[in-house]
Design a protein around this ligand. Sequence first.
Ligand code: NAP
Length: 343
Amino acid sequence: MVALNAVKAQNAALNTTLAPGLVAVFVGGTSGIALSTALALARHTVSPKIYLIGRSQPAADDAISTIKSINPSATPTFLKSDISLLKNVDTVCAEISAAENKLNLLFMTPGYLTWKGRDETAEGLDRKFVLHYYARMRFISKLLPLLTAAAQDPDPAGNRLSRVVSVLDPIVAVRLGGTGKLDYHDLSLKNTFTLGRCGAHASLMGDFFLEGLAQKHPQSSFVHAYPSGVNTGVLRDYPIAAAVMSVLARPFMVPIEESGERHLFAATSGRYPSQSEGKFEGDIAAGSDGTKGNGSYWVSWDGESFPANKKLDRIRSGGAVEKVASHTEEVFRAVCEEGKTYP
Ligand SMILES: NC(=O)c1ccc[n+]([C@@H]2O[C@H](COP(=O)([O-])OP(=O)(O)OC[C@H]3O[C@@H](n4cnc5c(N)ncnc54)[C@H](OP(=O)(O)O)[C@@H]3O)[C@@H](O)[C@H]2O)c1
């Protein structure tokens, strides 16, 4: 476990270890873990540019005034969008790309809890699955040029941090005896949707898509993080469940401010380097395939990489990286380039 005081000490030094003007995008930044991380970033850095993406204008107004009160040098911007449609993700990314020439951090948490079954969007995909997987991967695909530009910043005093953090759960498919299987005949779960399969597919597809990106884009690093239980807005539509959980799960809960500090650490620490940073010695986390410093990290709430798992290794050796990437590119081509519903 990375001790909380080590996390806090490293974060507190960011105002000197990072140059002013870091650019960060928080998808899902109006609430919960992403907002708490954005506030921690505002607390510890000089003149950060912070983009918050979500649907709620009142929540964004509150977030922006809190950021400005914590750090008057910060520049927060709200981009209001329902990103359960991939065409809206493209619009938001175009706005960011028009305004910025580099991006240091893409931090993503969008999602919601539901007991309902498949809820298909006009693009033919399940809404929750889009928020947990397709929209996140589309953000990365569209913003990779800016992330690469940050890694290659020619300014000797510039920030070369270039990192993606997706907060979900890298191992939910194999927890509690889960089979950890991907159904390659129906990756989007058009015909075989259950909430359980949706959770497993979103997690595993995120795992292996990010692992593939780290191989193809060695100048950026990619973290898939599990937050543990955090008392956020995620249960806002289920007040009774929220009350029960807050009692039963209290021993396992991470306080929201600690969660923000820990996720800021995941977003900025040299413990999770890109491949091209070439750090394989010292306090470097084990990568998703067990190799230190491979640029792709499956990280638990406490900053440690999850240990190797035979079921996940089997999925990898069955070609998951290539198959998931090829499916995801096919969805993006159909929905975003050709304007079709999928499939
Ligand atoms: N909290 C936990 O204990 C926990 C545990 C394990 C995993 N997770 C996962 O971690 C992630 C973050 O959770 P959290 O607790 O921080 O959740 P949260 O407080 O509910 O925040 C979710 C964010 O997603 C945004 N969002 C939802 N639907 C959207 C849409 N259609 N378009 C744009 N933005 C949308 C919300 O913004 P608007 O309302 O403004 O749209 C909000 O900012 C989730 O994926 C969750 O499943 C959480």
